[in-house]
Design a protein around this ligand. Structure first.
Ligand SMILES: Nc1ncnc2c1ncn2[C@@H]1O[C@H](COP(=O)(O)OP(=O)(O)OP(=O)(O)O)[C@@H](O)[C@H]1O
Ligand SMILES: [Mg+2]
Length: 353
């Protein structure tokens, strides 16, 4: 049987198919966190994530993969074993085949480490599909046609802007930073400006709240006042968190610029038609979607269920029906905007006809 796994920096998502390629109902979506105690059994997933910032020294908390790089081999094996078991895809006599999503920027050495981890977890066959291709398929973009699409993958540890056409990657740009870096920057900012220390889970909550299109002007967060050493509550102005989110958006704008600069002019026209599609957990941030749209002046949409695009796309690549021609049903409901910035870019890179 085939198990498709998107083992990300923050989360692991997996689904499986029988030998005829029929998708089974089971699906796993869990934090990619492993808690390894000095003594006792290893804990994986939600239970391990709940320990972040609360665990004693006797427990080591590990994220096995960071931006496509295996940071802890044994933990990666444990997570893959765990999802296979959760799916009910293990069992005696079953030949396990695994398809893994990998960033296009991943080195051969890192890919080999991923493969070894899957084999150590029982896989007899290991295949790779680039995450951006899987994400585009999951977002139902027409990547099998000779028309360009620009998909941005916004993960926990990696942000990737890829230009795809005819089922392949024309250009892909990556920064090894994502949603988790936003969380860390929020922690640093509050420490510097307010001498107030919060944990990463609280910073993530602040990010989620401030990135939504709600009218709240400030958010409360609990932590420790570093001057008094006492616990307390801090009112954090929304603008402060937005500043960190906007710096991340700026990095995405840069990636998109670089991808467009390297792209043939015909494909640029296609991007203007299709717009830019955001996938990955970060695509839930309304503020990033709206800020990006204003800055690049091309329609920007977040895919439906953006965080499961990659694994759904992986499943599609393994499904027989996927190989018999698959139709896009993406409809962009965004007003067409000025093309000036893209034209300007093209002029700058000397690619406009
Ligand atoms: N509603 C939301 N608002 C803001 N950020 C969110 C939201 N939901 C998820 N995220 C962020 O998305 C990130 C996780 O995204 P995702 O699950 O796509 O990453 P991943 O696949 O594990 O990582 P990577 O692909 O980079 O290795 C986290 O940083 C999380 O905080
Ligand atoms: Mg991912």
């Amino acid at each position: 049987m085939h198990v498709c796994i998107d083992l990300g920096t923050s989360n692991v998502r997996a689904g499986w198919m029988d030998h005829r390629g029929n998708a089974e109902g089971a699906f796993v979506d869990e934090p990619a966190v492993v808690a390894i105690p000095d003594a006792g059994p290893t804990v994986i997933g939600k239970e391990a994530e709940a320990m972040i910032g609360r665990h004693p020294d006797a427990i080591r908390l590990v994220r096995p993969v960071d931006g496509g790089v295996v940071r802890d081999f044994d933990a990666a094996v444990a997570v893959i074993r765990h999802v296979v078991r959760q799916l009910g895809a293990d069992g005696i006599g079953r030949r396990l085949s695994v398809t893994l999503a990998v960033p296009s920027s991943q080195s051969q050495v890192d890919r080999k480490a991923m493969e070894e981890a899957a084999r150590a977890a029982g896989a007899r066959e290991v295949r790779f599909v680039e995450s951006s291709i899987a994400a585009a398929i999951g977002a139902r973009l027409p990547i099998d046609r000779p028309t360009g699409c620009l998909v941005v993958l916004m993960g926990g540890g990696l942000t990737e802007a890829s230009l795809l056409s005819m089922g392949g990657i024309v250009d892909s740009r990556t920064v090894r930073s994502g949603g988790q870096a936003i969380d860390s920057e929020i922690v640093d900012l509050l420490r510097r400006q307010y001498s107030f220390l919060i944990g990463l889970p609280s910073a993530e909550q602040l990010k989620r709240a401030a990135s939504q299109a709600t009218p709240e002007a400030a958010f409360e967060v609990r932590g420790r006042n570093l001057e008094t050493g006492l616990p307390g509550t801090l009112r954090v102005p929304r603008a402060l968190v937005e500043q960190v989110i906007d710096a991340y958006t700026e990095r995405i704008v840069q990636l998109i610029r670089e991808a467009i600069e390297a792209c043939p002019p015909e494909l640029v026209g296609d991007i203007l038609d299709h717009g830019v599609v955001l996938t990955g957990g970060g695509a839930h941030m309304d503020r990033v979607v709206s800020q990006l749209a204003t800055q690049i002046e091309v329609p920007v949409t977040a895919a439906d269920e953006p965080d499961t695009c990659v694994v759904r796309g992986l499943m599609h690549t393994r499904h027989p029906k996927a190989r018999q021609g698959w139709k896009s049903n993406l409809t962009l409901n965004v007003p067409r905007m000025s093309l000036a910035p893209i034209r300007q870019l093209l002029r700058k890179s000397g690619t406009e006809e």
